[in-house]
Design a protein around this ligand. Structure first.
Ligand code: NAD
Length: 515
């Protein structure tokens, strides 16, 4: 099969020199912060392909100032006119989806089809946001008193900020800004410094779609930029997606500053496989969910929980066979199923967890360090890894590895499996594979996780629902996008109105009751 994948427009120049990746403030590229730059890699080659500007507090101030200046006009623009910009943006992202996916593959490493998939999942949020006039419709009660009416409606917050992780450079920013902008807010995006180009490309497409300057801005950087946003008195709300320690820090710090915060954190997602499950389907689902995107997904399955020894033995046998066929290599190769990890540092961290698992006494069934593809230069590769006989006290079970490492934890009964999932500190997503409706129904009712798949391995909600985990996978009250996103990016106002008429208005010193 031959398929053409477009060459990335990001990455090293023709001369091989890394390109500069700048901020995007007030509708144009902005090289502030250029004094300090960080390296951006192509994970498939290990080469430095970009140098991203790292914002100072002053640079963040400039982006917030641009957003604050744009807010009065944008928030006063009727919702259906705001939505029209998003309709045009939607078409531009679709037009450029191959090019955008190629940029993702070049900086993140995931395979092109997977990168295109994340662009599509982001587009679904844009499509949801295009219907914002319907979402913003308020409530009206006639005659709550004599000739008195009551009305409740939602207004935007002001300048809001988004901070995103490396693993979905298109989809996670698009979980945030389409809804925020549609609701009338202006936005400052701080993408991951590991794959920062996509946010800038989305900003350019928003400008091309007709978004007024300053409504959407991008600043690059690390903790310095993030802290400047968390403490800025003109930033009203923070949407964060990333690891749990940082999510908790973001929630604590920004909440103390009086900001609204939604902070989505890490995960350790379990798939329970019942003895009556269709094992072919379960194994096929598990392979994609554990090793797709090299396990660098917050909804990846990293723990398989077969119920009963027979189920466990059969599952393990099939997984070993499937892993022997897993094609690992550069994400630009259409035959490849799993690309590299995002950086050399992260690859080494994942490899060190394999050592930890062995030291802890887990059985290393397939060692991905041995199956790393040949002739891939200095790329950050590691093959699919499988542990069996993992126990709940081991670090490889307790901690998020965020790589292609799957652990089998054997359970004796459905009750043991459910207890295992519920006892874990994370509760992002989970799945159960079974042919029995009552087992599935009990699992759905009793499992402590925010997103549940019944014979579906990665139960990512559609854009018109909301996405979010439980326990230490989410800090704050709101899940992201969908109806919860609209609530997060707006606040309620309620009015009670009376127009002068013949009704006598008297001074009243007791509680008004509209009798
Ligand atoms: P990360 O927490 O290291 O970084 C996320 C963002 O926080 C980045 O923009 C980064 O620049 C910033 N940051 C990093 N350290 C910081 C610090 N000390 N102070 C302030 N800001 C800081 O996460 P990552 O490695 O980029 O992404 C992987 C993690 O994201 C995994 O834990 C994964 O589970 C999680 N994730 C969760 C979801 C979800 O929906 N729950 C979705 C995607 C990713």
């Amino acid at each position: 099969m031959t398929a053409t994948i477009p060459a990335s427009t990001s990455g090293a120049t023709a001369s091989g020199a890394p390109v500069d990746i700048d901020h995007y403030i007030a509708g144009r590229s902005d090289a502030r912060g250029a004094a300090t730059r960080a390296d951006v890699y192509n994970p498939a080659t290990g080469q430095i392909t970009g140098r991203v500007a790292m914002a100072t507090t002053g640079d963040v101030d400039a982006a917030v100032a641009a957003a604050a200046e744009a807010f009065p006009a944008w928030s006063a623009t009727p919702a259906h006119i705001r939505a029209r910009v998003l309709f045009r943006f939607r078409d531009l992202v679709e037009r450029d989806s191959d090019r955008l996916a190629a940029i993702i593959t070049a900086e993140h490493g995931k395979v092109h089809s997977d990168a295109k998939g994340e662009v599509t999942r982001g587009l679904e949020v844009v499509e949801f946001a295009c219907g914002i006039p319907q979402q913003l419709k308020g409530e009206f009660s006639e005659n709550v008193g004599r000739a008195v009416d009551g009305v409740t409606f939602r207004q935007p917050l002001g300048v809001v900020a988004g901070i995103s992780p490396f693993n979905f450079p298109a989809m996670v920013p698009m979980w945030m800004f389409p809804v925020a902008l549609a609701c009338g807010n202006t936005f400052v995006m701080k993408p991951s410094e590991k794959d920062p180009t996509l946010s800038v490309e989305l900003a350019k497409l928003l400008t091309e779609a007709g978004l007024p300057d300053g409504v959407f801005n991008v600043v690059h950087g690390d903790k310095v930029a993030v802290d400047a946003l968390l403490t800025h008195d003109q930033v009203e709300a923070i949407s964060f997606v990333g690891s749990t320690p940082i999510a908790e820090y973001i929630h604590t710090t920004a909440s103390a500053q009086g900001k609204r915060v939604q902070a989505l954190g890490g995960a350790k997602n379990h798939m329970v496989i019942m003895p009556d499950a269709d094992l072919d389907q379960a194994v096929s689902a598990l392979m994609g969910a554990a090793y797709g995107s090299a396990g660098e997904r917050c909804m990846a399955i990293s723990v398989a929980v077969p119920v009963g020894e027979d189920t466990a033995n059969a599952l393990r046998e099939r997984l070993v066979a499937a892993l022997a066929d897993l094609k690992v290599g550069p994400g630009t190769d259409p035959e490849v199923e799993m690309g590299p990890l995002v950086t050399g540092v992260h690859r080494d961290k994942v490899a060190s967890y394999i050592d930890v698992g062995v030291q802890e006494g887990a059985e290393l069934v397939v060692d991905g360090r041995q199956s790393t593809p040949k002739d891939v230069g200095e790329g950050f590769f590691i093959g699919g890894t499988l542990f069996d006989h993992v126990t709940p006290s081991m670090r490889i079970y307790l901690e998020e590895i965020f790589g292609p490492v799957l652990s089998i934890v054997r359970a004796e009964s459905f009750g043991d499996a459910l207890q295992l999932v519920n006892d874990h500190e994370f509760g992002n997503g989970t799945a159960i594979f079974t042919a029995d409706g009552n087992t599935a129904r009990t699992y759905l009712a009793q499992v402590k996780a925010g997103m549940v798949g019944i014979n579906v391995p990665i139960p990512v909600p559609m854009a018109f629902h909301s996405f979010g985990g439980w326990k230490r996978s989410l800090f704050g009250d709101h899940h992201i996008h969908g109806p919860e996103g609209v609530r997060f990016y707006t606040r309620n106002k309620t009015a009670t109105t009376r127009w002068p008429n013949d009704t006598q208005v008297r001074t009243d010193f007791s509680m008004p009751t509209h009798e």
